[in-house]
Design a protein around this ligand. Structure first.
Ligand code: C2E
Length: 351
């Protein structure tokens, strides 16, 4: 939660903010789920913040606030309380493991030092001892000290082994948390945050390797109409279906992401516009070829189509400019009647 909203929620305006959030959700025909409530409180508490601006844009566009849309907004804009908690917990476990191991090592060092002293003492005794009983005493002392050091070593080994396992488990868990934070929960594609980072990285790499790179944006045609007719749950399934086709065609090093409500984006490192145009057309044809059914009633939903636009990066071009050109190409597809792929390079030639 941002500082400003947090302060408001502990001030006399808190109740009026909460009431307005409920009223505005009702006006926008949005269910007052805890997540939506959190989104609306943030939006109204800080209307000029990044979440406020994005929500105003979506509401003005008439975007349907399905569960998927809300989750995506939350992942992108709400403070990551869960993530920081997980990291804090992992940090505490790691600290505990490190202290256990350091204690065990310190103890083992003490034992080794004591053992060294025992050995030194024994060797001095051996030089002077002539009686068999005195020799026996030295040997028995040595045996006892050796047994003790062996036991300490065995304990240290066990502790190290269990700590190694715990640290490996922790590492795996943190890796999962990191993956979750970069993944769109509904479609399992990369989320917008991951995409933005990946776009920067890919632009850098394209410059370093002096290789081409192409960016595509894809949008489901008439998705709002579809959602209004069949409901949000079915709308979410359509998003998953489109994402599954895009994901299958976009194996690494390609990176596919859900970029907005019903908008997707794919980075094609090392690929030229002509190759990408063909790939997008095969995605478009595959998506449109399937007659979908509504799972709950088995009603025929018909086919869904997508429009797409692509732009090949010019050397040194920023990710934002490239995205802008791919978006222009997408809108050209929409203007030309949808269910189309527009190659932005041709758009530029024609201009
Ligand atoms: P899901 O329902 O979790 O299905 C995952 C995958 O299981 C599907 O991947 C498909 O390979 C298989 N599958 C599930 N149900 C059926 C079925 O009735 N027949 C066949 N032959 N295979 C099935 P796929 O096709 O890539 O779809 C991904 C997601 O897209 C699905 O996830 C679902 O959310 C959505 N979707 C796909 N087709 C339809 C559809 O006709 N109606 C609805 N409502 N959603 C669909």
């Amino acid at each position: 939660m941002t500082g400003q909203v947090q302060t408001t929620l502990r001030s006399p305006e808190a109740f009026s903010l909460a009431r307005r959030a409920v009223e505005e959700m009702e006006a926008a025909h949005v269910w007052p789920t805890p997540l939506n409530f959190e989104l609306w409180v943030h939006y109204l508490g800080e209307p000029e913040g990044p979440l406020g601006q994005e929500m105003r844009r979506l509401l003005a566009d008439g975007t349907v606030f399905s569960e998927g849309t809300s989750e995506m907004l939350a992942a992108e804009y709400l403070p990551r309380g869960r993530l920081s908690e997980e990291i804090r917990d992992a940090g505490a476990v790691l600290n505990r493991e490190l202290s256990t191991v350091s204690e065990a090592i310190a103890k083992a060092q003490q034992s080794q030092a004591a053992y060294g002293q025992t050995l030194a003492g024994a060797s001095a005794h051996l030089e002077t001892a002539s009686e068999p009983t005195a020799l026996l005493g030295v040997v028995s002392k040595l045996t006892k000290a050796t047994t003790q050091v062996q036991a300490e070593n065995a304990t240290l080994e066990r502790r190290l082994e269990s700590s190694t396992k715990e640290v490996a488990r922790l590492r795996e868990h943190l890796e999962q948390v990191r993956r979750d934070a970069m993944t769109d929960a509904l479609t399992n594609l990369a989320n917008r945050k991951a995409f933005d980072e990946e776009l920067l990285r890919a632009c850098d790499e394209a410059d370093k390797k002096r290789q081409p790179m192409t960016l595509a944006v894809l949008d489901i045609d008439h998705f709002k109409r579809f959602n209004d007719t069949w409901g949000h749950q079915t709308g979410d399934q359509v998003l998953r279906y489109v994402a599954s086709v895009i994901g299958r065609v976009s194996k690494a090093p390609r990176v596919a992401a859900r970029y907005g409500g019903e908008e997707f984006a794919v980075i094609f490192p090392g690929e030229s516009a002509a190759v990408v145009e063909a790939a997008l057309n095969s995605i478009r044809v595959e998506i449109g070829a399937r007659a979908l059914r509504r799972r709950s009633t088995n009603d025929e939903l018909g086919a869904v189509t997508i429009s797409a636009g692509l732009a090949q990066r010019q050397p040194g071009e920023s990710g934002a400019d490239l995205l802008g050109r791919a978006d222009e190409a997408l809108y050209a597809s929409k203007r030309a009647g949808r269910n189309k792929v527009t190659n932005g390079e041709r758009l530029a030639e024609a201009a």
